[in-house]
Design a protein around this ligand. Structure first.
Ligand code: F3S
Length: 755
């Protein structure tokens, strides 16, 4: 058993009591989302009601999951915490670093040798600190979590935006950065702004070509990519309970594409079936006892307008299959309108590749529905006119569908089975193309389709659809094919009409697997050595950041005055830099290389005040660091928006930047800076941004009496001998001021643990 049954039983045992406390303070019927959030308060029982979209609340998640790209820095930081074991059940999943090229066996073996040092590190650090480790080839994090760890009423965080997939099994599951994961593993609370609630009422029943995927494609069209921001989507209604558990997972998975904090379904028979089918009958039994409380109150679903901030209703009986794209997942086309849209917009009609599977759509049901189309094609003398790939979400799914003959069905049609990993979904795709810039179309059953996502080619028009529709389009080789109305012609010249897909939700012979690819942690990890080579260019053990010197900070150089948008991607770019996620010094060579310098309107070109020369930003900062000189980054509005990538805060700290002074911060980045012991401050008067000059030397005073709500003072010493001073604000609370003084939150945690 890989999951923690005792933890789940303990949670269920305390559930009724916590819920009673929540009912008292909230004082109205509860949505499922409220039930789960109020039963996971860090402080225990609720003693106040929280304002949706307003109050920041500390939570105690039940578990943490990490994928291999983000786990590296999360665990390197965790090693700094002084803990000997993680405080909550945690897992690592090796799925992002496997490149798809020729097929599962060769691709996996190549990845194992190319990424050996990363896998060895993750395996040894997991083993030492009590973390479950899923080896390369075991599967994609979210599918593995759904199969093994998610449970109705649970709450988890994961270092990947599609962590939300676990909502399909009734878990509030939220994507976070590595620093948050590190905090929770170290036994600290996790803070979240209490979300707004969007209710999605599903009526009717799916039939024919329409699949669960089409529900979320439709929702994305309604809400757009920003419509879910700061909200949790709660699905309910007869349509919701008719969907398979994995179908629910698909819908929750793509909630990430509309910016939702997460999405969730209430506990029902389909979830119980899935739990029993995946060797978790004890969890199903325990959940059955609380079934009424693991879903929203009936009054809430009867009068949703009263209890949700927004309500959407979709009739599944009328829902058409959808294809969304290109370049954005909210451009939603019902299949009946899609062919015209392709022609009118001049999108390439030839479909070059159809790709099914991924964490979004690789359940047994998905595979069997797609295979029912492939089977018809081959038995009627058709093969795929497009390239066609299948990515199983886990070894358990792969083994089972292979045993039941479905992979052979795809191969007969011309399909290639890829490793149980992210592959083309995250751009890990050595695509067979003579012209890497060619304008072309692909359809995937994945979730994201922005430019360059799959193959790095900005001219690839990527569309998202269900696996069965993707399969049909790959057989036709054309984007304009509508399997509901159109015919295909086989080699003998016969006209063929594909019948509706047929799927099986749960394998009749049950799931099976030879080796799921799981490594349990050592019972006693004290003697286990974490494997990091001192000469590695991909991994580096972190040194604690130095504590504050106890005085005001003077004679800082201006590193850059960034102009306009400066997201975490401008501060710490992704792409080729992903490779260095576990090596702080190497990845710091991308510091702010995407930011525009106010003074020359160029990127990665700033004045080195020591030489007067312009040069790349990381080199300039390294020159200051070598001379023991600190620096300041000045920025515009909403500095650090985008992701929770902690590298964007760690890199400037590592290279000796002392403060980030901006018109306003994106909140997560601001918190990340505070956690790393940086000064994150804002202009009291935003026009003071204009006073900052390129050759300024900067003093920050007021630090010896640094306290809550008390502004600090900035002194700009201009090159011409004049100087100006102004007030700057901050949002540090008492605890965060201690982080600053200690040189970072981890320094405090470690000290607490040593004492
Ligand atoms: Fe991997 Fe794509 Fe899912 S990158 S985790 S398969 S969204």
């Amino acid at each position: 058993m890989v999951f923690d049954l005792d933890m789940i039983k303990k949670f269920y045992a305390g559930y009724a009591g916590k819920l009673a406390a929540a009912r008292k303070v909230v004082n109205h019927p509860l949505t499922l989302t409220e039930k789960i959030l109020y039963t996971h308060l860090w402080k225990g029982n609720a003693d106040e009601a929280y304002g949706r979209g307003k109050d920041y609340v500390d939570f105690a998640p039940d578990r943490v999951a990490m994928q291999d790209a983000t786990a590296q820095m999360a665990l390197l930081q965790f090693m700094q915490s002084g803990r000997t074991k993680v405080s909550v059940p945690s897992t690592v999943h090796c799925d992002h670093l496997i490149q798809a090229e020729t097929g599962a066996v060769a691709d996996l073996s190549r990845a194992k040798s190319q990424n050996k040092e990363v896998y060895d590190f993750l395996s040894s650090v997991s083993n030492k600190y009590g973390i479950g480790f899923w080896k390369p080839g075991a599967g994609i994090i979210h599918q593995v979590v759904l199969e093994n760890y998610a449970f109705p009423g649970g709450m988890m965080i994961g270092t990947d935006s599609h962590t939300v997939n676990a909502g399909g099994l009734g878990t509030i599951a939220i994507g976070v950065g590595g620093a948050d994961a590190c905090d929770v593993m170290a036994g600290l609370p996790w803070e979240l702004k209490f979300p707004k609630l969007i209710g999605v009422k599903l009526t009717g029943k799916l039939s024919g070509w329409t699949a669960s995927k089409d529900i979320i494609l439709k929702v994305a069209g309604i809400l757009t990519v920003k419509g879910g921001t700061g909200a949790i989507l709660e699905y309910f209604g007869e349509g919701a309970t008719s969907l398979s558990c994995t179908g629910k997972g698909t819908i929750c998975n793509m909630g990430a594409e509309i910016g939702a904090t997460t999405s969730i379904f209430g506990y029902d028979k389909k979830m119980a079936e899935y739990l029993r089918g995946t060797a978790r009958a004890e969890v199903a039994d325990a959940a059955d006892n609380l079934a009424n409380e693991l879903t929203g109150d009936p009054e809430v679903y009867a009068n949703p307008e009263k209890y949700f901030d927004q309500v959407i209703e979709i009739n599944l009986s009328e829902l058409e299959p959808h294809i969304n794209g290109p370049f954005t997942p909210d451009l939603a086309w019902p299949i009946s309108k899609f062919a015209d849209a392709v022609r009118e917009n001049g999108w390439p009609e030839v479909l070059e590749v159809g790709l099914i599977g991924s964490c979004t759509n690789s359940s047994y049901e998905d595979i069997t529905r797609a295979a029912s189309i492939a089977e018809q094609a081959t038995s009627k003398g058709l093969t795929a006119r497009s390239e066609f790939t299948i990515t199983p979400g886990s070894e358990q799914v792969r083994f089972t569908v292979d045993r039941d003959g479905y992979l052979k069905t795809f191969e007969k049609m011309g399909g290639v089975v890829l490793a149980n990993a992210c592959g083309p979904c995250i751009g890990q795709w050595a695509r067979h193309s003579k012209d890497p810039n060619k304008k072309n179309s692909i359809v995937t059953s994945y979730n994201r389709n922005f430019a360059k996502r799959n193959d790095g080619n900005a001219n690839t028009h990527a569309f998202v659809a269900s696996p069965e529709l993707t399969t049909a389009l790959a057989i036709a080789g054309s984007l304009t094919f509508n399997p509901l109305t159109d015919y295909l012609t086989n080699d003998k010249g016969e006209k063929i009409k594909l019948e509706e897909p047929k799927g099986i939700e749960m394998p009749l012979k049950g799931f099976a697997v030879d080796d799921a690819g799981y490594q349990s942690p050592a019972a006693d990890g004290s003697k286990i050595e974490v494997l990091v080579s001192p000469t590695s260019d991909r991994l580096q053990i972190l040194d604690p950041f130095p504590a504050w010197e106890g005085t005001d900070i003077n004679n800082l150089k201006l590193l850059i005055k960034a102009k306009g948008k400066c997201t975490t991607d401008h501060i710490s770019m992704a792409g080729p830099w992903l490779k260095y996620r576990g090596h702080l010094d190497n990845i710091s060579n991308n510091l702010l290389i995407g930011a525009v310098n106010f003074f020359n309107e160029k990127t990665n070109s700033v004045k080195n005040q020591l030489t007067g020369e312009y040069g790349p930003l990381p080199e300039t900062q390294r020159a200051y660091k070598a001379d023991g000189i600190g620096s300041v980054i000045v920025g515009d509005e909403n500095y650090g928006e985008g992701s929770s990538r902690e590298h964007a805060a760690m890199e400037p700290r590592h290279l000796g930047v002392r403060a980030v002074l901006v018109k306003s911060f994106a909140r997560i980045h601001e918190t990340n800076l505070k956690k790393q012991g940086m000064l994150a401050i804002t202009f009291e008067n935003k026009d003071d941004y204009n006073k900052v000059l390129e050759d300024d030397s900067i003093d920050i005073t007021g630090l010896t009496s640094f306290s809550v709500n008390k502004p600090l003072v900035i002194h700009l010493n201009h090159k011409d001998g004049t100087s100006e001073s102004f007030l700057v604000n901050h949002t540090y609370n008492e605890q965060q001021i201690e982080w600053f003084k200690a040189g970072g939150a981890l320094n405090i945690i470690r000290k607490e643990f040593e004492n």
